[in-house]
Design a protein around this ligand. Sequence first.
Ligand code: SAH
Length: 466
Amino acid sequence: MKNYKGKNKKQWNNRKRRSSNKKKKVKVDCIAIDKQGKGVAKINEDNVSVPYLIEGEKAVVEVSKKRNYMTGKVKNIEKKSEDREVPKCPHYYQCGGCQLQHMKYEAQAKFKEKTVKGLLGKYGKINEVITMDEPYDYRNKIHSTFSAGKKGKVISGIYEQYSHKVVPIDRCIIQDPRADNIIATVRKLMESFKFKPFDEDSGRGFMRHILIKTGNTSGEIMVVLVVASKMFPSRKNFIKALLKKHPEITTIVMNINNRRTSAVLGNNERVLYGKGYIEDTLCGCVFQISPKSFYQVNPIQTEKLYSKAIEMAKLDKRDIVLDAYCGIGTIALILSSNVKKVIGVELNNDAVKDAIRNSKRNNIKNAHFYQGDAGDFMVQMAERKEPVDTVFMDPPRSGSDEKFLSSIVKLSPKKVIYISCNPVTQERDLKYLTKHGYNVKEIQPVDMFPHTYHVETVVSMVRKGK
Ligand code: SAH
């Protein structure tokens, strides 16, 4: 629905809301950093969130009230923190993909350690965060959206924070740099082939997004072209021109997404060149990665994370291990040579198929994968009183559930290794397990996503009395 000057209803409402806000400038002291990496300033009795301000800094901020909370925008920093540095990315303040680039990398690591300490400190000492030696160029999965620029130019990048306007980005410093060049070529080719970027409001146009996945050790590159219709005009010539410029591309997939949705990928796919997936080696095992399968985005840190988790478990050749929320079977397959048997359970059917394929690919015979809800699966295992020595669990951000956790207690494995990308839900689940028979042994944060506020944490637990 269109409104004044072509704005849709949501944009128009936002505009009205914004204009009715009263803004005022205030001098503030930043007293803390919240879990999202935003500064916190006290104004009168209120805690005001001030993005990009660092604890200890003094600044003039413009305060505005949004619904029932206040936010501040930095206008001038009067006292700078020693932790501050100039962001390396020119798009940093617009893009929103990173939240900590205004902080030195060592300070980012300290912030993450502090976040984990604040939440999990009551369960034990927190190890120093495992950082990345070169905290750039790490992402192996790159997504960019196409949009119409001025004078028939095609732009690509990511949506601006809180909006659907594409911020043009030529180089993203946390992504595999090989992807930027390919995306630039696709933009140029779109112009010469007269392929219009898809327009969300009108539903017209052809090219929607590009998704690139790169293999860290294999060097393989998959390009997924997300288009709005099955008809790909001059398909062969387009692919030929792209490969001529980038012979390093090993496979090209067309994904058809004709829905009005913010989801990037549609359901239909067609392989246009190569085998339709890439392979990569992680901790000595080879994994097949298809356009939709989940694979950790920072392969260098993933090796450190998995190695640490496996080391914590002190596995024995006679052990039976459960890998819950196993995705494409990475953890299960990597540890399989250390144990008697490993069972993986995962909700996503495609991921389970990948896991089974990956076990064959690596000639692993003692790993078995099942599709289902991890909680239901555990309940059944507990009813059958199946022996399990160690449980690895790596749930999504929402964490685990009581069904799963209570079945752990029933099965009573000697050890539980809990990997999480969200210390808030991990804390909730640890509360349950420590109340019901487990002691926390070690807590290890790992920086999987430098320059963002995210932190991964592995916690090892042992059954009480062991
Ligand atoms: N351990 C894997 C994947 C972790 S991501 C790796 O490191 O690569 C979390 C996984 O949990 C996803 O693959 C997701 O599909 C799966 N998942 C989400 N809810 C689930 C549930 N209720 N039961 C089982 N798996 C679930």
